[in-house]
Design a binder for this molecule. Structure first.
Ligand SMILES: [Zn+2]
Ligand SMILES: [Zn+2]
Length: 215
């Protein structure tokens, strides 16, 4: 091998490992928009953006805030109805984005007819473009900033998983797509990872991790 070829090979190996992590899956490309409802701290928005970027490797853009329509409030006037928020978000999605993730600090309620005003932290299209996430209850129940941030990151990753078509996982208790119900304890015990079955459902191709590690 001549010197130039050797140098090229070295450069390509270095590039593969430039983010310092072993790339286990090729997750394809998606363009994600985060849509804040009214003003939200930059930290909170960036936390969601970074969670999607690091977990999925997708391109994330934070849009300008929009109003939270008062007519979407439930009869008790305390919570915004997710059944109204999701179609609203779908209609607001700019064409260049595959998904639109609405974020709000306000309390939101379930869409089901039976429990019209049941408080929830998120609701997402299954295999559709929209998701709405409320930090209201995550913040209210967290004992510290780091607990709040870790939970919000996991909720965001989980909800984006639904928009990509994933149902709740019944295969692996350690998978982030399991149904947490309203158990923060269960959520806290989970890592930011999907099981092999969920990854396969998304059609993510396993890469040969060995190729990406510099020896
Ligand atoms: Zn879920
Ligand atoms: Zn799973």
């Amino acid at each position: 091998m001549n010197y130039l070829k050797f140098l090229l090979l070295l450069t390509s190996i270095a590039c593969f490992s430039c983010d310092g992590r072993v790339k286990l899956y090729d997750k394809g490309a998606q363009f994600i928009a985060i849509q804040p409802f009214e003003e939200i701290d930059t930290n909170e928005l960036n936390l969601a953006k970074t969670a999607i970027e690091t977990f999925y490797g997708y391109d994330v853009t934070i849009l300008e805030p929009i109003d939270l329509p008062k007519e979407f409030l439930s009869q008790s006037k305390k919570r915004y109805r997710s059944a109204k928020l999701l179609p609203h978000l779908r209609s607001k999605r700019p064409n260049e984005f595959d998904k639109i993730i609405g974020m709000t600090k306000a309390d939101i309620a379930s869409s089901s007819r039976k429990e019209n005003n049941h408080p929830i932290i998120a609701k997402s299209d299954r295999s559709g473009p929209a998701s709405v996430i409320s930090s209201f209850r995550i913040r209210k129940n967290a004992k510290s900033k780091s607990e709040f941030e870790a939970r919000l990151r996991k909720v965001v990753i989980h909800e984006v998983g639904h928009t990509l078509g994933l149902p709740h996982c019944t295969e692996d208790e350690s998978c982030l797509m399991v149904d947490n119900g309203s158990s923060y304890k269960k959520l806290d015990g989970l890592k930011e990872q999907f099981c092999t079955k969920c990854s396969n459902k998304l059609g993510w191709k396993e890469t040969n991790g060995q190729d990406t590690v510099m020896k």
